[in-house]
Design a protein around this ligand. Structure first.
Ligand code: SF4
Length: 258
């Protein structure tokens, strides 16, 4: 089966544990204001590639991934091409027990679609890790930030918890957009209910994507918003951890009782 691929990277170090072969798929229905890969949005773009071709490329350098690395599919939105992903991961597991990871926004999840849910169930049997990007915990702000609702994204997080699929939650902190203490706390309070959380990555906003918008002739909505430092992001992470801790200790959401 073929998938629509934006690009391939042989030695990824930020897309899951260890050194990884990274597949960037083409196509994403979200429109995050801070997206640094707007060139992956178009659903019909990219290059058609076969699952066997991708695994052959993986095999060429497999010694590099052997320790604790593996195969990551990111994007774009990988789960928009779930049939392709199922075939790729099932072959990866059958061939070499490759460690498989999906980096996703969760937007393709829909618990009200039984046919799709059967596919998710099948995919999760061959998925070792999901890196789930939660863009914003507040439903209305999420729509303004991404053009999509977050209910199915949060449902996906709960589904992964129920299925006991290991999860890294990721959150990008953007000055003035996603750095509000109250919402960071609420994000933490939400993820505190998940029983499969293995890591929490709070990533500082950077402006490196801006040039891509110029090239594509698209307006960059965050023009002038300054980049954030890692230290600033780590300070903000504390609010998420406070929410998480309160949830795990059975305390009420302090942003609702104050
Ligand atoms: S989900 Fe990812 S690829 Fe899609 S618009 Fe948002 S940041 Fe960009």
């Amino acid at each position: 089966m073929q998938g629509r691929i934006h690009s391939l990277e042989s030695f990824g170090t930020v897309d899951g544990p260890g050194v990884r072969y990274v597949v960037f798929v083409q196509g994403c229905p979200m429109r995050c204001l801070y997206c640094h890969n707007p060139d992956t949005w178009e659903m019909n773009g990219g290059t058609l590639m076969d699952t066997d071709y991708i695994l052959e490329q993986y095999e060429r350098n497999k010694a590099f991934y052997a320790d604790d690395g593996g195969l990551t599919v990111t994007g774009g939105e990988p789960l928009m091409q779930i049939d392709f992903l199922i075939e790729l991961f099932e072959k990866a597991k059958a061939k070499d027990k490759i460690h498989t990871c999906i980096d996703s926004s969760g937007i393709a999840f829909n618990p009200n679609n039984p046919e799709l849910m059967a596919k998710f169930d099948r995919l999760m049997k061959v998925t070792d890790l999901v890196m789930l990007d939660i863009k914003h915990i507040d439903p209305e702000i999420h729509v303004k930030l991404t053009s999509q609702h977050n209910d199915n994204i949060l449902a996906f997080a709960r589904y992964l918890s129920d299925k006991d699929v290991p999860v890294w939650i990721r959150h990008v902190v953007v000055p003035g957009y996603t750095d509000d203490e109250k919402y960071l706390y609420r994000l933490g309070y939400f993820i505190g209910e998940l029983n499969n959380l293995k890591a929490l990555d709070v990533l500082p906003y950077h402006t490196m994507g801006e040039v891509k918008y110029e090239k594509l002739g698209k307006e960059y909505a965050l023009k002038g918003v300054p980049a954030m430092t890692m230290n600033e992001a780590l300070e903000l992470k504390k609010h998420i951890l406070e929410g998480l801790k309160d949830r795990r200790e059975g305390k009420p959401d302090r942003t609702l009782v104050e």
